[in-house]
Design a protein around this ligand. Sequence first.
Ligand code: T4K
Length: 395
Amino acid sequence: MGDRELAIFGAEPAFKVPLCVGKPNLVSLPKILANVTHVLESRWLTNDGPCVHKLEQDICRRLNVAHCIAVANGTLGLELAVRALVSEGAEIIVPSFTFIATPNALRWQQYKVVFADIDLITHVLDPEDVAAKITERTGAILGVHVWGTPCAIEPLTDLACKHGIPLIFDAAHAFCTEYDWRSIGNFGACEVFSFHATKFFNTVEGGAITTNDAELAKDLREMRNFGFVGDNSHNVAGIGINAKMSEVHAAIGIANLVSVTDFIQQNTRNYLEYRKFLQHESLHVYNVNSISNHQYVVVELIGDDVSADVLERVLRAENVLARRYFSPPCRLMDSYSDEYWVLPVTEQVAKRTLVLPTGMSVSLKEIDIVCQIVLYYVEHAAEIATKLAEENNYG
Ligand code: T4K
């Protein structure tokens, strides 16, 4: 990049077309269109149809898990999971370093959210802080496999067993990742995936709950369909809602699932390219601690001179739409500000992380240019901060 002026100071942006973090992967478009056409021609559009069945079976095979319940989105999946497993009004321990859907799903179902801190290296729940927050009011622990890194599954499982409470995982980021040679989707009482458009495997909107517990799977299937018991039944045993995935969404998922290995390969290639270039004392490329889908490339800005906020502004001016996911952390959102939580590691991690573009639509050449901008920023952070402050004062 040399002495190139930055777009934030008026130069031409490095990219004409914006480079996004979550551009949807839709590789086999003809296959997707053929599947969708078939659904529309069949006139079987929703309500537990053949495509939903096939997608559920394909996912069970892929994750080697006994039961998969496809749902309309990950948020509803979380709501069904807690309603199926946790007594009304109980406290649920969750991280604050997560997408707002995680605590919101709990509050929406009238549970009390108790935030626990995370680990500085892995960014997932710190079991020691979880242990400190368990009381007789605790109804469940909800871990989040942030960035696809599995939670500390063993210590959390021990804690849940010791206190006789369910352990649930928000696995929105962790489709096709592994822990201890087993696919995520097999742990805790159940795990909840998101297949939103911005996830590396998507059904446009969608999600799934997976479990090895047949009884729980049956309950979840009923809750997903207004509470109707079994197929073609007119009896409603418990309270349910409409959380069904449509046939069109499932048909897109079936086509995309075939390409999942290609998506992971390209994400891994992209991740390695970022790692190769982004070597600097003020930077750390987050190391996903497992067999990963690498759907998020996260950099951490380390030191007083550098700022993830400023780097985001610098990149955005260049048309690189980097994201400060989970910053501010959920507990600082207005809707959670009624209570004060001491979460020092969460604050630290949220302050220093930035997510960079990856996925099937991002080329290695584009990654190299992004890396040049990032490196230029960290090498000139102090000058850039001064110049921005001057512009602010005189602008
Ligand atoms: N738990 C966790 C830990 C989660 O991360 C999420 C969702 C959930 C639970 C809930 O699952 P769902 O109910 O959503 O299934 C996204 C997603 O909306 C959300 O699904 C995701 N997590 C969250 C982390 O990120 P944004 O704010 O990034 O979306 P948006 O619209 O700003 O898009 C990001 C980038 O992607 C943009 O630069 C443009 C590009 N884009 C986006 C869409 C939607 C496209 O190119 N095409 C598109 O169709 O939220």
